[in-house]
Write a protein that binds this ligand. Structure first.
Ligand SMILES: C[S@@+](CC[C@H](N)C(=O)[O-])C[C@H]1O[C@@H](n2cnc3c(N)ncnc32)[C@H](O)[C@@H]1O
Length: 299
């Protein structure tokens, strides 16, 4: 209902509704996916609140209209919402994100879920699990496991120093301790001190093939190439290195979980099986029912 028709609305409600409606129109015109939800999130960000209840809006600061217009314009230019707000929600966490480090995605929440339940199973068996997250980015998986599985010891690795710093910052914000280090998963001696000792090895590595440039501008223009492209003609060079590391680091019966693209499910299962080191090799689905991760158990 337009503000003028809503006789019971306070001036603040009317102004806010009007501005959010106008922002939604601007973002829709710019083909921003989920324009209305982004318009609301941006208003929450400018107001410094977690959740905007339109029937009970907070007082609008004098500079609200100008500040809101500025962030809407950034989003109109397809800057990712998470870069503007500095936050990405992942499971129960509000993670800090920043340009130069991959933005955590909802589909990876299921990858983290498998890692959390595998770590819980180790706890039920009477041990504190050692969990390794390779290609940790901002740390969504590592920090989820550390905060959801008491007693777990989590070690996170990324080739980018900025990602490792952010993982440690996110762990500190979630009040959990994890270890994180800069290293290349292709190093044959990666984490050599932990060979055959790891209970759960989880990864969301880069896996996009070179000819599959992402359509979404937010991804193409703002996620670092190192985080997107897996290398080799099939995009699986880095995932193959992760699989080799998993075969070397996992203890017998240890669990391996790795995200991949939907079209790579069969190829990834084959690479995992061909190592000869795993049983129970299977594919699991993400929240929208797409085949998006491999699961396997070390022999
Ligand atoms: C798709 S992002 C995923 C980040 C995080 N796991 C997540 O789910 O949000 C892939 C990550 O792999 C890292 N990476 C790329 N190549 C690597 C390599 N050779 N060794 C270690 N990390 C690498 C990138 O820096 C990036 O942070």
């Amino acid at each position: 209902m337009p503000p003028s028709e809503d006789r019971s609305a306070t001036p603040e409600q009317s102004v806010l509704r009007h501005l959010i409606r106008a922002a939604t129109a601007i973002l829709t015109e710019a083909q921003v996916p989920s324009a209305e939800s982004d318009a609301i999130s941006l208003a929450e960000h400018v107001l410094g609140i977690d959740r905007l209840v339109l029937v009970m809006p907070p007082p609008l600061p004098e500079e609200f209209t100008a500040d809101y217009a500025a962030v809407v314009e950034r989003r109109r230019r397809r800057e990712p919402l998470q870069h503007i707000t500095g936050r990405a929600h992942f499971r129960h966490l509000a993670l800090q994100v920043r340009p130069g480090v991959f933005i955590p995605r909802p589909e990876t929440e299921v990858v983290a879920e498998h890692a959390v339940s595998a770590a819980h199973a180790v706890r039920r068996a009477g041990r504190d699990p050692l969990v390794v997250d390779l290609c940790c980015g901002a740390g969504p998986i590592a920090v989820s496991v550390a905060s959801e599985v008491p007693g777990s010891s989590v070690l996170a690795v990324d080739a980018e120093g900025a990602a490792v710093d952010l993982t440690l910052a996110n762990a500190a914000a979630a009040r959990v301790r994890i270890r994180a280090m800069v290293a290349d998963v292709r190093q044959e001696d990666l984490l050599a001190d932990h060979e055959g000792q790891v209970d759960v090895l989880v990864a969301n590595p880069p896996y996009i093939p070179p000819d599959a440039v992402p359509q979404q501008r937010e991804v193409r223009e703002h996620d670092p190439d190192l985080a997107l492209y897996g290398g080799g003609p099939d995009g699986l060079d880095i995932p193959r290195a992760v699989i080799r590391a998993a075969a070397r680091l996992l203890r017998p019966s240890g669990v391996f979980i790795m995200e991949h693209a939907e079209v790579q499910a069969g190829a990834v299962r084959e690479v995992v099986s061909d190592t000869g080191g795993f049983t129970e090799v299977s594919t699991a689905e993400d929240l929208s029912g797409r085949a998006r991760m491999v699961l396997a158990r070390r022999r």
